[in-house]
Design a protein around this ligand. Structure first.
Ligand SMILES: Nc1ncnc2c1ncn2[C@@H]1O[C@H](COP(=O)(O)OP(=O)(O)OP(=O)(O)O)[C@@H](O)[C@H]1O
Length: 484
């Protein structure tokens, strides 16, 4: 049976008061309603009510300003905040000011009833008071679609915890941005945020990069070296492209998650660690588990809180907000302000965005830089969309012209050789390097051709069947073929 209680409702909208009052009474609660913050505060101060439901904006006071007072007077009183301003910052403020739950309007009445009975049945605990932070109002995450609302609420909840989070989503959906937001608005914000991309580091070096190594741990390890875990102590470690983590490193990581400690490569003394792990992948880890490439037990340890970022095409209503956001950023960088015509915006909303937000960001930057006129038309946009070869995922869009792929490989190889000092690394280097270059190369070609395998094969200069086999062998799953 659901616990019942007295619920105090504050909203200046009479219709909402009526609807809430009816629904909560039907669910067996006693309800008192008011249109303003002053009355609500009087009730709370008098010790009335077992739970508060309040709108953010009220005629006399903003609920976020009142919440710290409520929490001081009645730390055990759960407060549910409703808001029609569904931005990331609203969710953050709700969480920072100690709201029990935040419900973006409109919401389902049944959802509200569930939240209410959950709040009433949980043991009353006074959360540690936290100063509502006047952090930069600049929003790290843009978009107000229902799909993003779910993400914001989940993030707001996760910020107050140290739970391991696994972010999945296609390339360019904002996985790294979300990981940073989790850190920067969470309780570890004063600690370091350390990111490491498994796909960007030679496989042989990953264990030592992550956990550090002792002097003499392997041929060429001339000095003790700290790993990312040590660097992230007290903060957050973002493990990007976790699907590319080699087995041995997976085993060590599992131990960290199970026991909170690890040993360095070549070290024997267990080191205690206090690091929050946030992992991300755009591969299907279940497929890798079936192929024996990813440990199932590690998957479950990492997947404590799964967060799936929607592809941009699943939330096309966010496109205008994102476009404005990227234009104003371009303006801040000294480019001229621009607008997009209504039908131009429609064209952007209809487009499938295989490269997701990153592709949109690059397009806006191109529009801002290349078009002299203030207003960008649908024709301009269509021309850009059909001509634009997108930079591949993971390749920064501001690559200096003199930068070549050979140089990138060379830099990594030099680092690799340096690890071995005067010795030479184990043999078989040729095949290993080629294999490791192949995956990002095929992925980049597919991204640049928006998944069109005929054009990608052409771009790479390989036969289409060869490309198909590579895609299969390399386990590339997220570029479905498009016919153009
Ligand atoms: N919701 C958003 N609001 C504003 N900018 C965004 C949003 N999502 C993504 N971006 C921007 O899009 C770009 C790509 O995001 P990010 O690097 O976080 O994606 P990713 O999913 O980690 O990509 P990959 O899997 O390729 O590493 C970044 O420049 C980021 O700032």
């Amino acid at each position: 049976m659901n616990p019942h209680g007295q619920i105090l409702v504050a909203d200046d909208d009479a219709a909402i008061r009526t609807v809430l009052s009816q629904a909560l009474s039907r669910a067996g609660h006693e309800v008192r309603v008011t249109s303003n913050a002053g009355t609500l505060w009087r009730w709370v101060a008098a010790g009335d009510g077992d739970l508060v439901i309040t709108d953010v904006v009220m005629p006399d006071e903003n609920a976020f300003d009142m919440l710290p007072r409520i929490r001081k007077a009645r730390p055990e009183l759960p407060v549910i905040v409703m808001s029609a301003q569904n931005t990331f910052m609203t969710a953050i403020k709700a969480s920072e000011s100690g709201a029990y739950e935040y419900l973006p309007k409109p919401f389902d009445l049944s959802e509200l009833i569930n939240v209410v009975s959950r709040a009433l049945s949980e043991p009353r605990r006074a959360k540690a008071s936290q100063r509502a932070d006047d952090q930069a109002e600049s929003m790290p995450l843009v978009g107000r679609s229902a799909a993003m609302q779910d993400i914001y609420r989940m993030l707001a909840r996760m910020m107050q915890t140290d739970l391991t989070v696994m972010i999945t989503g296609e390339s360019g959906t904002g996985k790294e941005l979300v990981a940073r937001a989790l850190h920067e608005y969470g309780r570890r914000k004063n600690g370091p945020f350390v990111a490491i991309n498994m796909a960007a580091i030679p496989r042989d070096l990953i264990e030592s990069e992550l956990f550090g190594h002792e002097r003499g741990a392997f041929t060429g390890a001339q000095h003790r070296s700290s790993g990312r875990f040590e660097q992230a102590e007290g903060g957050t470690l973002f493990l990007d492209e976790i699907g590319d983590m080699p087995m041995e490193a997976q085993t060590r990581l599992l131990r960290v998650l199970q026991q909170g400690e690890y040993t360095t490569v070549g070290g024997r003394t267990p080191i205690k660690t206090d690091v929050r792990i946030v992992a991300a992948t755009n591969k299907d880890l279940r497929v890798l588990i079936n192929q024996g490439l990813f440990r199932e037990d590690l998957f479950y340890r990492l997947n404590v809180v799964p967060l799936r970022l929607p592809a941009l095409r699943e939330r096309s209503e966010d496109v205008p907000d994102l476009v404005r956001h990227f234009f104003s950023r371009a303006e801040a960088e000294g480019l001229q302000a621009k607008r997009i015509t209504a039908d131009g915006m429609e064209a952007l909303k209809r487009y499938a965005w295989p490269g997701n937000v990153r592709e949109l960001e690059n397009l806006v930057r191109r529009l801002a830089a290349l078009y002299p006129q203030d207003e960008i038309s649908r024709e301009n946009i269509e021309a850009e969309l059909s001509a634009g070869v997108e930079p591949a995922p993971n390749v920064p869009s501001n690559i200096p012209e003199e930068f070549t792929i050979g140089q990138a490989v060379e830099q990594n190889l030099q680092r690799y050789f340096k690890m071995f000092g005067d010795e030479l690394p184990p043999s078989g280097l040729y095949d290993r390097v080629i294999t490791e270059v192949e995956y990002p190369l095929v992925l980049a070609a597919l991204a640049a051709t928006r998944g069109n395998q005929i054009r990608a094969a052409d771009l790479l200069g390989v036969n289409r069947n060869t490309l198909r086999k590579k895609i299969r062998d390399l386990g590339i799953t997220h570029y479905r073929e498009t016919k153009r």
